[in-house]
Design a protein around this ligand. Structure first.
Ligand SMILES: Nc1ncnc2c1ncn2[C@@H]1O[C@H](COP(=O)(O)OP(=O)(O)OP(=O)(O)O)[C@@H](O)[C@H]1O
Ligand SMILES: [Mg+2]
Length: 153
């Protein structure tokens, strides 16, 4: 099964709020792959999603590569940015340890760099810049858990 939803964001704040709605719908064990150009709004969306878990101030992992946050309920939010990495570097990051873990939600920017991303319980988010301030955000799901996430949106 494969479901898809499209949202048009008119501002950074719109994207952050949409991220919050996605966060409300998410559950541990789901991996969110974020596709889109530099400046598309991937980090903004993760910032909003983390807010739904009570986590504020999410910063871009462009330089740290991976940031880990813990929610008050003990769920780990893992946020990775693979832009600067080659396949070996991605391997070394150990994302497989988090993907599908029953106490973690994994967000990955630039997943094109990940040779073997998980195929089950994956939510894919595709950003297209329509102009300076507007973005089309398309979401599709693979796997029972992530299809449930999309239904809840
Ligand atoms: N509708 C919008 N949604 C999100 N961000 C927007 C929007 N319109 C303008 N922006 C701006 O675009 C930028 C998005 O930055 P963000 O760090 O989220 O991009 P990114 O996709 O994570 O890029 P990178 O690949 O470099 O990490 C911000 O400067 C934000 O103010
Ligand atoms: Mg980013």
């Amino acid at each position: 099964m494969n479901d898809a939803k499209i949202f048009v964001s008119h501002s950074e704040d719109d994207t952050r709020k949409f991220g919050h709605s996605l966060g409300d719908a998410l559950m541990p064990g789901v991996t969110v792959l974020l596709y889109g150009d530099l400046g598309a709004g991937k980090t903004v969306l993760v910032r909003g999603a983390a807010e739904a878990f009570g986590i504020t101030g999410v910063r871009s992992p462009s330089f740290t590569l991976i940031n880990e946050y813990t929610s008050g309920t003990g769920i780990y939010i893992i946020h990775a940015d693979l832009y600067r990495l080659d396949p070996e570097g991605v391997c070394a990051l150990g994302l497989d340890e988090y993907a599908g873990a029953d106490d973690a939600v994994l967000f990955v920017e630039w997943p094109e760099r990940w040779a073997n991303p998980p195929v089950d319980d994956v939510v894919r988010v595709y950003f297209t810049a329509l102009n300076e301030a507007e973005r089309e955000i398309r979401i599709s799901a693979y796997g029972a858990k992530s299809e449930e996430v999309i239904k809840r949106l």
